[in-house]
Write a new protein. Structure first.
Ligand code: PSU
Ligand code: MN
Length: 305
């Protein structure tokens, strides 16, 4: 075992045996969701994966060391740590000297998942191009990471606060395939529709597994982005959302929020403005993504058996 990366015995064995494994990120519970809901959601995500007959691999940095397959105890420690860091890929090596806990972003999680041999990853919403990026240059490191780590990435689209059109253009530039799950409208994270169309629709875990197998055979390095809209009865009121997002960006400007703080600030602002409704939608879409990811992992495992 490397002193710089721990893979839990359960995950290592499942990967070796070709069993279905689903990677889960930790920034969603260290920075994306408030306490105590954060631990509950992290625990529930693991349970959904297990109930579907797959092995969960929650990924994060525990006391300086990247871990693939955090224990529930480690997850709880990260979720309650007031000084927890947010680790993208470039922060991962710093744990070797700072010994701190950190939630790993989609970028860092996809990289660690791929290193550990995991090919399916579920999250809520992707990072992407921020509003005003033409002057701030603020684009999530998720974009480039998703062009380099071949995993099936199930999400409900890019986070609603982003410039979704620019984000989709970047995915094209980076040759990252984007498919809708039973839809040709790119989802809008908290809501079913972002208003942007995507060219390709897949309708089953089998089809997703086939496209991913083709991608691997063609030696493509990118992820396969599966865009799964939030369940209809659990979406946030679309009429409400636009105004709230505008207010949220105005607050970023007013309070000079910068860098890694921007995304958590926006999500928390929207949660408060919607009286918690955005949080319910976020949890609902995450559950649905975890569940689809587990089905895809089983399909990939069946195909490789
Ligand atoms: N999706 C959620 N909640 C989150 C995030 C995604 O539902 O908190 C996190 C992911 O970890 C993603 C990160 O990688 O936000 C993007 O942050 P930034 O825009 O600073 O790259
Ligand atoms: Mn950023």
């Amino acid at each position: 075992m490397s002193p710089f990366l721990t893979v839990s015995a359960e995950v290592a064995e499942a990967v070796r045996e070709g069993l279905p494994v689903v990677a889960l990120e930790s920034t969603i519970f260290t920075h994306g969701l408030p306490r105590p809901r954060n631990v509950e959601v992290a625990e529930e995500a693991e349970r959904i994966v297990r109930d579907a007959g797959a092995v969960p691999a929650t990924i994060g940095v525990h006391r300086g060391r990247p871990v693939v397959g955090l224990t529930m105890e480690q997850i709880t420690e990260l979720a309650h740590d007031d000084d927890v860091l947010k680790a993208g890929i470039r922060e991962l090596p710093l744990g070797a000297v700072n010994g701190r806990n950190a939630g790993t972003t989609i970028a860092a999680t996809s990289q660690l998942a791929h290193s550990a041999g995991i090919s399916v990853f579920a999250t809520g919403g992707l990072g992407g191009v921020h509003q005003g990026a033409e002057t701030t240059f603020d684009e999530s490191a998720d974009l480039v990471a998703l062009s380099r780590n071949p995993v099936v990435m199930v999400s409900s689209g890019a986070k609603a606060v982003l410039d979704v059109h620019a984000t989709l253009e970047r995915f094209e530039t980076l040759s990252v395939p984007v498919v809708g799950y039973r839809t040709t409208t790119y989802p809008g994270f908290y809501v079913r529709e972002s208003g942007f169309r995507i060219a390709h629709q897949l309708d089953s875990p089998e089809e997703i597994a086939s496209v991913f197998a083709a991608q691997r055979a063609l030696e493509m390095t990118s992820a396969l982005l599966v865009a799964n809209p939030v369940p209809a009865d659990e979406q946030l009121d679309p009429a409400l959302l636009q105004g709230v997002i505008e207010k949220a960006w105005a607050a970023v400007e007013d309070q000079s929020v910068e860098g890694q703080q921007v995304t958590p600030f926006l999500l928390d602002f929207i949660r408060r403005e919607t009286g918690g409704a955005s949080l319910d939608a976020n949890v609902a879409l995450y559950r649905s993504n975890v569940s689809l990811a587990a089905e895809v992992a089983r399909e990939i495992s069946r195909g490789s058996a």
